[in-house]
Design a protein around this ligand. Structure first.
Ligand SMILES: Nc1nc2c(c(=O)[nH]1)N[C@H]1C(S)=C(S)[C@@H](COP(=O)(O)OP(=O)(O)OC[C@H]3O[C@@H](n4cnc5c(N)ncnc54)[C@H](O)[C@@H]3O)O[C@H]1N2
Ligand code: MOO
Ligand SMILES: [Mg+2]
Length: 648
């Protein structure tokens, strides 16, 4: 939902017109600008305020102040009152609230308009900044306002990013603009309808979620020589990437699951105990059911009560009944004396029967008896929505006879490895090939989580094969995880195939982390259902680290976890650690045995290059190291750092 996106551009549209404010004319420019500003292929803004005011400085000024200072809008578009007529005062009202002017925007409108009409020279539009709000005066006519919006629109997201201080996005936009060379000048847009003129308007749409970065230019993958020399994808911070993923992750509907298939599932209902445990008084010991007030002494053995017998025996005072652990306590008995506290007095039938025994201890009432409900009272809440069904939960439910449990549905996850160089580990290794290790790693992780999987196999690096396999995976699964083919190589086709061939919405294509920088996330409508695509980097460790950071929380949310996020704890590093320019997740072993004050000691697992899978072996955590700065190049031994817990 657009309005919940953190970095969405919040827009106000103010129509300045005496006649419209008196309802003598219909405002066409305001609603048209609304459509243009909302266009997801263009500004992708959210309209949070609209208004019509007369051509009066005080009215205009009051609205501008409220929208910038109180509503804190990112962008205010005014339409009307910018000409030479006596009543045209929008520029004067605007100037009176501006803290800084932005004459370039007014100029680009003038230059563009002059190509259409020489009368454009009479426009007096003013643009500028008040606090964090950009205010742009547009002409009043439908045609003029649409044209002028089209001229400034390509610069607006970037200008707003700058005002908001969204640094990753801004840097990426600068890089992209620098890489793509001189831009064509503004051109008029067709009328009518919401078709903003965009410097990159002929390019495919690639959404950047709430980042609102410029659209992405994909080269023709056949034309290797023309590939961009720098990535066209902005590098976004980890937390923003995770937010985008989670914003697109639904919690799946519940379904009824048999207890035998319910391991690791998340419960979607409250389950209360339908019976008490034990359901009848039973013995805690193997021994004799007695009447405590009979005290110690020789007693006749009446009969025996064995676990599994119906509770229908009755003890006559002065006697005992032999009893086993778990057997029902006979009526009339109020204590059990363990066999160790007794002696045989007389036997019969060649030792097959006890005639009498001697109680050696003095029993107390209730001794070694489990009363009804002493383990669990009927009606006690056993599990609730969000509870994970681990072995103890399953045992508890079974103990009260519950075998059908409403749990959240699990997503089906398709797993695919991409790369010409990959061979199945069971086959002979051809020259230049390596064995596919990513797929089994992902599939086994999902198996551990009891998530159903579809093994989509290995796909070679061609557009057609990649497209086919992605569509096949989409037809069989809810979430698709691929590895490989997301970086800068000519055979790195995933981003291209997803966004161009499938027309999936690519939400991000690079993240500011090490390893895992080229991680890519898309959503895709397939036969009316939304599919989530995670295209993880091919390097085996990058795949695992990004699987943990993005796929795991996503799947956990889908399958009903109340807290799907990775657990972070503090640990103490055992050696100096050099910082990378990127925030880095170093594989580490946390040692709780030698923990001081509960803080485990962390040692990294050797060379951290992302191809070195053996570095995962002893790793039960990832140290979350900050990126290097001028002030900090390393973390000294003994420092506390945060670690993402992989396993305990
Ligand atoms: N010019 C640049 N090159 C690279 C950059 C960059 O920014 N500029 N990024 C590097 C980073 S960081 C990573 S991570 C990798 C990501 O690579 P891809 O996702 O494109 O993956 P591939 O190129 O297909 O493979 C990379 C590497 O991993 C091996 N691999 C792939 N799949 C498997 C598998 N299933 N099992 C085992 N090993 C696998 C593959 O053979 C390659 O060695 O890009 C860098 N390049
Ligand atoms: O991001 Mo790559 O994952 O550094 O190896
Ligand atoms: Mg590659």
């Amino acid at each position: 939902m657009a309005s919940t996106k953190r970095n969405t551009i919040r827009v106000g549209i103010l129509t300045v017109s005496d006649t419209c404010s008196r309802k003598e004319a219909v405002d066409k420019s305001g609603p048209n600008l609304k459509k243009l500003a909302e266009d997801t292929d263009g500004l992708d803004g959210v309209i949070v305020a609209t208004g019509i005011v007369p051509d009066e400085i005080s009215n205009i000024k009051e609205t501008l102040l409220e929208w910038s200072d109180v509503k804190e809008l990112d962008l205010i578009l005014t339409t009307g009152g910018t000409g030479f007529a006596d009543r045209d005062v929008t520029p004067e009202a605007t100037k009176s609230v501006l803290e800084k002017e932005a004459p370039g925007l007014a100029m680009v409108m003038l230059m563009g308009s002059l190509k259409i009409t020489p009368l454009a020279v009479l426009s007096r539009s003013v643009c500028g900044i008040r606090k964090r709000t950009l205010i742009v005066n547009l002409p009043g006519s439908l045609k003029g306002s649409q044209e002028c919006f089209g001229f400034v629109q390509p610069s607006l997201s970037h200008a707003i990013q700058l005002l908001k201080g969204e640094r990753a996005c801004v840097k990426a936009t600068h890089k992209e603009l620098a890489a793509s060379g001189p831009q064509p000048g503004p051109q008029p847009g067709p009328l009518p309808g919401p078709q903003p003129i965009n410097m990159v308007s002929n390019l495919p749409t690639v959404s950047h979620g709430h980042h609102n970065c410029q659209k992405i230019r994909h080269h023709d993958v056949e034309k290797v020589a023309r590939r961009p020399r720098d990535s066209i994808y902005p590098v976004i911070p980890l937390k923003d990437a995770l937010k985008i993923v989670m914003d697109h992750t639904p919690v799946l509907q519940p379904e009824v699951v048999d207890i035998n298939d319910a391991l690791a599932r998340i419960v979607a209902e409250e389950i209360k105990a339908p019976i008490s445990l034990p359901p009848f008084r039973n013995s805690i010991k193997d021994g004799y059911a007695v009447l405590a007030s009979d005290g110690p002494g020789v007693r006749q053995v009446m009969s025996d009560a064995i676990a599994g017998d119906a509770p229908d025996l009755e003890l006559i005072p002065g006697h005992v009944i032999r009893i086993t652990t778990g057997a029902p306590i006979p009526k009339g008995a109020d204590a059990v004396v363990q066999v160790e506290d007794t002696e045989l007095v007389e036997e019969a039938d060649d030792g097959r029967r006890e005639v009498s025994i001697k109680i050696l201890s003095t029993p107390t009432p209730g001794q070694d008896i489990r009363p009804i409900g002493s383990d669990l009272q009927e009606g006690t809440m056993l599990v609730g929505p969000g509870s994970k069904l681990s072995p103890p939960e399953l045992g508890l439910l079974a103990s009260v006879g519950i075998t059908k449990i409403k749990c959240y549905r699990r997503p089906v996850v398709g797993v695919c490895s991409t790369g010409n160089e990959l061979t199945e580990p069971s086959e002979e290794l051809p020259p230049g090939h390596i064995y596919d290790s990513n797929r089994i790693t992902m599939l086994a992780t999902l198996l551990e989580m009891n998530v159903p999987t579809v093994d989509v196999g290995i796909t070679p690096d061609t557009v057609q094969a990649t497209k086919d396999v992605l569509l096949k995976a989409a037809s069989q699964s809810d979430v698709i995880v691929t590895t490989g083919g997301v970086s800068m190589g000519e055979k790195d086709l995933l981003k291209y195939v997803l966004s161009e061939e499938l027309k999936a919405t690519l939400h991000f294509g690079r993240i500011f982390i090490k390893p895992g920088k080229p991680t890519t996330f898309c959503t895709f409508e397939y036969e009316g259902a939304k599919k989530l695509f995670f295209s993880l980097p091919g390097n085996p460790v990058s795949g695992i680290v990004t699987f943990n950071h993005f796929v795991l929380p996503c799947l956990r949310r889908m399958m009903g976890y109340t807290n799907p996020h990775l657990k972070r704890i503090k640990c103490r590093v055992m050696a100096d650690l050099k910082l990378d320019p990127r925030p880095e997740f170093q594989r580490a072993h946390l040692d709780w045995q030698s923990a001081e004050d509960g803080v485990p000691l962390a040692s990294t697992t050797g060379n951290q290059i992302s191809s070195r899978l053996i570095s995962m072996l002893q790793a039960n955590a990832l140290l979350a190291l900050p990126s290097q700065s001028d002030q900090q190049k390393m973390i000294p031994k003994g420092s506390l750092v945060e670690a993402v817990v992989l396993r305990l």
